[in-house]
Design a protein around this ligand. Structure first.
Ligand SMILES: NC(=O)c1ccc[n+]([C@@H]2O[C@H](COP(=O)([O-])OP(=O)(O)OC[C@H]3O[C@@H](n4cnc5c(N)ncnc54)[C@H](OP(=O)(O)O)[C@@H]3O)[C@@H](O)[C@H]2O)c1
Length: 294
């Protein structure tokens, strides 16, 4: 069997890096892509004895995607990819009333537009060949919504809708599309999203005490979360399946949370989430507890 060729976006850290390394160890030829040259170099050194090549690819930059596409074509003698893992993305904590337009657009651009652009670049070779796999890294919040992460949740709901449409459109051409939906995973993700929260809990913000509480909650989730290897293993497992399902929740126990939210009356779900994030008159009227340092 010819060696399967995979490209992973956002492979400079977290889930993407772990997935790229695991797949290379499992015998795939991997293009690990990202936008930070220094981190790509470090990854390349770590994987020196594996079939892992690094490539610059910023999903927000159409030229960078086209250049990566041309490089993959060249290095694979025109064959293209067998597998595309759309993983690059990030989260934000920001109340919708006050979210800055740059933050709003940045989330949509990276998590949604970027994913579509990268897919458009690499699908034609798969379609012409009549085979291929696309794994889109969504989130459990692609199927439920948390306050203060409304835009992030919207991007992941968009990823779910796009993946469902792609799966139907590409099915007749032999290209299978699968969603992997992680729950909280210990990566740089929490640091990035809590970093944005700091911009939304200033003294002028009516949401400040609740945003600060939510920030602490996200850090606590992060502290008790599994590392990215669990997601990498799930992606590897999905790729081994002849007929993968449309979506996989990881860790699996979060599947129960999705169903619990679905089956519970919305009014109750709202009340539980509001209480958890401090969207109550008492918390909102109280002091802004500073997040713990370190
Ligand atoms: N960790 C979680 O709890 C969790 C839960 C559910 C879903 N997810 C999803 O899992 C995916 C990976 O996140 P992670 O947890 O591994 O977080 P992470 O450690 O922050 O890694 C995110 C990766 O995406 C890259 N990235 C961001 N913007 C990019 C761009 N414009 N072009 C190329 N790469 C870009 C980052 O590169 P830079 O270093 O250049 O920013 C980094 O390599 C994301 O789609 C995230 O939404 C994560």
């Amino acid at each position: 069997m010819t060696q399967q060729i995979v490209l992973v976006t956002g492979a400079t850290g977290g889930i993407g890096r772990e997935t790229a390394l695991l797949l290379a160890r499992l015998g795939y030829r991997v293009f690990a892509t990202g936008r930070k040259a220094e981190l790509l170099e470090r990854l390349g050194r770590e994987a020196a004895d594996l079939a892992l090549e690094t490539l610059a690819l910023d999903v927000n930059d159409a030229d960078s995607i086209a250049a990566a596409g041309a490089e993959v074509e060249r290095r694979t003698d025109g064959r293209g990819l067998d597998v595309l893992v759309n993983n690059a993305g990030f989260g934000l904590i920001a109340p919708l009333e006050t979210i800055a337009e740059a933050d709003l657009r940045g989330q949509l651009e990276t998590n949604v537009v970027g994913l579509v652009r990268v897919t458009q670049q690499f699908v034609p070779a798969m379609r012409r060949r009549g085979s291929g796999r696309i794994v889109n890294v969504s989130s459990v919040v692609g199927r439920m919504v948390l306050p203060f992460q409304g835009v992030y949740c919207a991007t992941k709901h968009a990823v779910e809708a796009l993946s469902d449409a792609l799966r139907m459109e590409l099915g007749p051409f032999g290209v299978r599309v699968t969603l992997v939906e992680p729950g909280p995973i210990k990566t740089r993700f929490a640091e990035t999203s809590t970093g944005s929260a700091a911009r939304y809990r200033g003294p002028e913000s009516p949401y400040a005490p609740a945003v600060a509480l939510y920030e602490r909650t996200v850090r606590a989730w992060d502290a008790s979360s599994p590392g990215p290897a669990i997601v990498a293993r799930k992606i590897a497992k999905v790729l081994r399946r002849k007929r993968p399902r449309a979506r996989y929740v990881v860790p699996g126990r979060f599947g129960a949370a999705i169903w619990a939210v679905r089956l519970t009356p919305t009014r109750w779900v709202d009340a539980i989430f509001r209480r958890n994030v401090g969207l109550t008159p008492q918390v909102l009227a109280g002091p802004v507890e500073p997040p713990p340092t370190g």
